[in-house]
Design a binder for this molecule. Structure first.
Ligand SMILES: C[S@@+](CC[C@H](N)C(=O)[O-])C[C@H]1O[C@@H](n2cnc3c(N)ncnc32)[C@H](O)[C@@H]1O
Ligand code: SF4
Length: 373
């Protein structure tokens, strides 16, 4: 029996609107009464899962959806009921961030906020169907700073149709001008079945080769500005520039390091002790089950040793620190490792394996070759 799971995810699915590119489990609108029922349901699920959780957590992450769109009384009630944690992160859409909201967050133990900026160009935000403009992003950032939050992250997207290399440079400059502790930069994906995929899917395929250049530009600009490229798409201010603080996102680091986590809410995934389960995405059945005091409907996926080892490599190699190889050998193709080491794409140091900078730029392809079939 372990000392308990130390990472907790809560899914808050409500959004004011649905962005065309998004395929997360979301629900548009909902009134205060529905938000109250949902928070009650999540708290019931928390009680059912509490025996698995450590009394003091390392991280809590409220993701969405738009957690900051949840009725404020309900959001405060949920935050106040959570077990204590060292890092408590909330995802926020810029247009939802008001001085009242920032006070609510900091009063209730939130010490990290991830703001979905995506871009600072009105035209590109329009392509994404975003409601927030560049001024909303800046205003949200300053409100959070004013409330004393000293660990802020910005999400940016690259590969938005019509985004030129100089548009991307401007987005990065605008983001850097705010001085965030952390940045996540994702390549925009056309998720099957979304409005965006329907309209722009072919264009994303046409521009896919150019994306390698965009990615290199992101990495060069951010590392040049003092950020550590600690994970494929994630950057944090270097410790020596941040009073020795390690500003990596501890919650996501838990996923990348293969730690156990419990996820609550519709569509949330948990991985505990070699077993993975995913809550069903339907609100009705989630509420019905929890209101009857039971766990929600779930798909359970046993994780056999082989899958766990491969996942450990797949995720670990996204990081800038070596993955300890002890025990992972069965998942590794030794001949591919020798070949990729000769090509200067992977390297072994002190019993650990990492990708070189060139290997990290090529990313998934190199890792896929390293995995034994
Ligand atoms: C759970 S989402 C949404 C958070 C928040 N509701 C928002 O919209 O800002 C977290 C992040 O995933 C990224 N994301 C969402 N859809 C994406 C897509 N189709 N391709 C790449 N990144 C995506 C966005 O950068 C977004 O900020
Ligand atoms: S991108 Fe964010 S705001 Fe837009 S629908 Fe998805 S979760 Fe909601």
């Amino acid at each position: 029996m372990s000392a308990g799971v130390r990472h907790l995810y809560l899914h808050l699915p409500f959004c004011a609107y649905r962005c065309g590119y998004c395929d997360f489990v979301t629900l548009v609108g909902g009134d205060d009464a529905l938000h109250r029922r949902y928070v009650d349901a999540v708290l019931t699920e928390l009680e059912l899962e509490r025996p698995q959780l450590a009394p003091l957590l390392e991280t809590v992450f409220l993701g969405g959806g738009t957690p900051t769109f949840t009725a404020s009384r309900e959001l405060a009630r949920l935050l106040a009921a959570l077990p204590p944690a060292d890092e408590v992160t909330v995802e926020a859409n810029p247009e939802t961030v008001t001085p009242e909201l920032t006070r609510l967050l900091s009063r209730n133990g939130v010490n990290r906020v991830s703001i979905g900026a995506q871009s600072f160009h009105t035209r590109l935000l329009g392509v994404l169907d975003r409601r927030a403009g560049p001024e909303d992003v800046r205003r949200a950032f300053h409100h959070l700073r004013d409330a004393g939050l000293d660990n802020l992250s910005l999400d940016l997207l690259y590969g938005i149709p019509g985004q030129s290399p100089s548009d991307l440079e401007r987005d990065l400059e605008e983001a850097l001008a705010l001085g965030p502790e952390h940045l996540s930069c994702y390549e925009l994906e056309a998720k099957p079945g979304t409005r965006f995929a329907h309209t722009f899917g072919d264009e994303l395929v046409r521009q896919s080769e150019a994306m390698e250049g965009y990615f290199e530009r992101v990495v060069q600009t951010l590392t040049g500005a003092g950020y550590r490229w600690y994970e494929t798409a994630n950057f944090c201010l270097r410790a020596e520039l941040a009073g020795d603080r390690d500003l990596r996102a501890r919650h996501n680091l838990g996923y990348w390091l293969g730690r156990d986590y419990v996820g609550l809410g519709i569509g949330a995934v948990s991985t505990v002790g070699g077993k993975r389960w995913r809550n069903g995405p339907k609100l009705g059945s989630y509420l019905a089950a929890t209101e009857a005091g039971s766990s929600p409907p779930r798909d359970v996926e046993p994780l056999d040793e082989d899958v766990r080892l491969r996942e450990r490599l797949l995720l670990g190699l996204r990081l800038d620190e070596p993955v300890p190889l002890a025990g992972l050998e069965p998942a590794l193709d030794a001949a591919a490792l020798a070949r990729l080491s000769r090509l200067g794409l992977a390297e072994q140091v002190d019993g650990g394996l990492s990708l070189t900078e060139r290997g990290r730029f090529l990313g998934g392809g190199v890792t896929a070759e390293l995995l034994a079939t």
